[in-house]
Design a binder for this molecule. Structure first.
Ligand code: SF4
Length: 360
């Protein structure tokens, strides 16, 4: 059994990444088999509960209010709408529902209370619930845990060095702080990033280094490839070759053996053979459904056809960790307000973000 390490160096990670492909695949597949059933893949359904109008400037994101991407925004969904979507996701074999809201950070108040109720509702449907709501304070994380949240997603996106080229409205440390706040509860951590944003391979290694330094490692690491959306500053980025994604997945698997490695955005550009190689290299989680928040995703029937061809089975819920208990709002012991968030606003200007604003 491979040792779980938190002391990887960037050089070691780069050496893994640059191995001859056959050596890399063989090593990753060996590690994968030691820690996971290679014929089981977790299926999550991603649901945008509040779309567009975000104040942040993430250069890849069509939901940032400052870019003109044609994304149709909508306010917070109702609990009934979310329940219906969760039922549909369950029917297609999803064991987890991930709810995303285009917020910089969570604000206490009626909208957050509504999200907490959504969490309670889905947890009671015996599905794992994940949220991605932006930055959260320790107290907000506690409230989410009390509601029955299973996982919280907050991506590092890239290396600390390259992060500054992608986002100027909050700092890399803010991301780490939110992950730390989540870690203080019994909620599991989902954190990964995006390749194909113009970063160097060293930045991909740097991101994996930062994730591997977290102790424990995140329970899930999504590896996304950029979907270059017209109107965003990254609209003209060249797409990455599937080999690069396969290398990234295999390296993630070796560096964080127990983590669920999620093949995320950008899957539409992969043919079934490339997806199968990703599973061989250690990916054991996907998002299902026609959309990933606002960008396209493979058709579910195609996913199920691939699962049948490869004899892969969807993972059942609560295999890795038991189902959290739900505390009803009226029984909560946690007061909503009273904590001052320490988020920064670095004020760093990204040249290409500025250009995007001027162009429009
Ligand atoms: S914080 Fe989230 S929703 Fe807002 S711009 Fe960044 S990625 Fe998009």
């Amino acid at each position: 059994m491979n040792q779980i390490r938190h002391d990887w160096t960037k050089e070691e990670i780069l050496n893994i990444y640059h191995q001859p492909m056959m050596e890399l695949l063989f090593e990753a597949a060996k590690v994968h088999r030691q820690h996971h059933d290679p014929n089981v893949v977790q299926v999550s359904s991603l649901l945008s509960i509040k779309t567009g109008g975000c104040s942040e400037d993430c250069a890849y994101c069509p939901q940032a209010a400052r870019y003109h991407t044609g994304v149709e925004g909508h306010g917070l969904m109702s609990i009934e709408q979310v329940k219906e979507k969760a039922n549909q996701a369950k029917a297609i074999g999803a064991s987890r529902v991930c709810m995303g809201a285009a917020w910089r950070n969570v604000k206490d108040g009626p909208e957050f209370d509504q999200v907490l109720e959504m969490v309670r509702t889905i947890n009671k449907m015996d599905m794992e619930v994940c949220c991605t709501l932006g930055m959260v304070t320790e107290r907000q994380a506690e409230r989410l845990a009390e509601a029955g949240l299973y996982a919280y997603n907050h991506n590092l996106d890239s290396s600390e060095e390259y992060y500054k080229e992608i986002i100027s409205t909050r700092a890399f440390q803010d991301r780490l702080d939110t992950i730390e706040n989540v870690r203080k509860t019994n909620i599991t951590v989902c954190s990964g990033g995006i390749i194909g944003m113009g970063e160097k391979v060293e930045d991909r290694a740097g991101m994996l280094l930062a994730l591997s330094r977290l102790n424990p490692h995140p329970e899930s690491v999504p590896i996304n490839t950029l979907v270059a959306v017209p109107g965003t500053p990254l609209e003209n980025e060249q797409s990455v070759e599937s080999w690069e994604l396969i290398r990234m997945i295999a390296t993630t698997r070796i560096v964080m053996p127990e983590t669920q490695v999620r093949l995320s955005a950008g899957r539409t550009s992969l043919n079934p053979e490339a997806q199968a190689l990703c599973f061989f290299a250690g990916a054991n989680s996907i998002f299902a459904g026609e959309k990933l928040l606002t960008t396209p995703n493979p058709d579910l029937n195609e996913d199920m056809k691939l699962f049948t061809s490869l004899n892969i089975h969807p993972q059942k819920p609560f295999i890795k960790k038991s189902q959290p208990e739900t505390v009803e709002a009226e029984d909560s012991q946690i007061e909503a307000l009273g904590e001052k968030p320490r988020w920064t606003r670095p004020g760093h200007i990204i040249e290409r973000n500025e250009k995007a604003k001027i162009r429009k």
